[in-house]
Design a protein around this ligand. Sequence first.
Ligand code: NAP
Length: 297
Amino acid sequence: MSERVGYVGLGIMGRGMAHNLLKAGFALRVWNRTASRMAPLVEAGAEAGESPADVAAKSDIVIICVSDTPDVEAVVLGENGIIHGAKPGTLVIDCSTISPSATRQMAAALKEKGIAMLDAPVSGGSEGAAKGTLSIMVGGDAEQFERALPAFQAMGKTITHVGPNGAGQTVKLVNQVLLVGNTLAMSEALMFAQAGGVDLQKTYDAISQGAAGSWMFTNRAPQIMQRDWRPGFTIALQQKDVRLCLDAADEMGVPLLCASLVFNLYRTLEAMGLQEEGNHALIKALEHLAGFEAGNI
Ligand code: NAP
């Protein structure tokens, strides 16, 4: 018999992932802080839990996907948190993107009670969550990774065990360092092209498949040319991840030049009230500095 799964946090990501666990045949108990968000899952066959502790008490594996480090701490260690309901032998899997060092501390607190933990942040966006095609980067014991594989396979496609607790979160932050570097490079390149008087679409056609191309340039440069700022990933969430990168870099004593520059550029955009626009709106900060806009309209 497959293990009973609990799911805590039914936001943009969590709701798609939870639906895919149901589709794969797992018995599922869910909990969300805003209770109304549980309704579609209950309609699809899940049980509604009363609290994270209640979900943990009635599950073998509990998956979490909430916003930030303090939020994971609240649902794991807080009042009515998972630690107060889980029996020894329970496995907690955190799919949120949070601090690697806080992850190691939580894993240690759970281990003292005989509860295992895997950090398993994801990439692939809301579309990947809905389609079950996420990339999942997993930190923790190899034995627990094997145990969790059927659940991971219900939610994702590229599933990689990258090391001990905290390693999953570290690899996710590596991903974010690359992502914001590519976003800044794309923005600067488009501003340069605009200033040089070349046609942006022709420039895109000429170079997007070459060595300077990137997922970011291929997918987001066309949106910039159309001045379409709808988010795949919001500035607010991107900024949270850059802050996690900078905090981790500070703990490790390593310089992070591009990410800190991007952090301050996004801060400017937040001050302009643009935090709900897509992360490709980074170019607006450069437009503000340069005094002209990029885009073929
Ligand atoms: P979201 O739509 O804003 O959902 C956040 C969820 O966390 C909601 O269920 C919310 O409950 C819950 N929550 C927040 N604080 C809480 C607290 N203190 N106690 C209990 N529940 C709390 O966010 P999302 O896009 O699903 O993102 C979730 C995580 O996945 C984040 O760590 C994010 O960085 C990561 N991620 C997101 C994407 C993406 O494209 N969206 C991609 C990869 C990774 P309420 O419903 O009550 O507000």
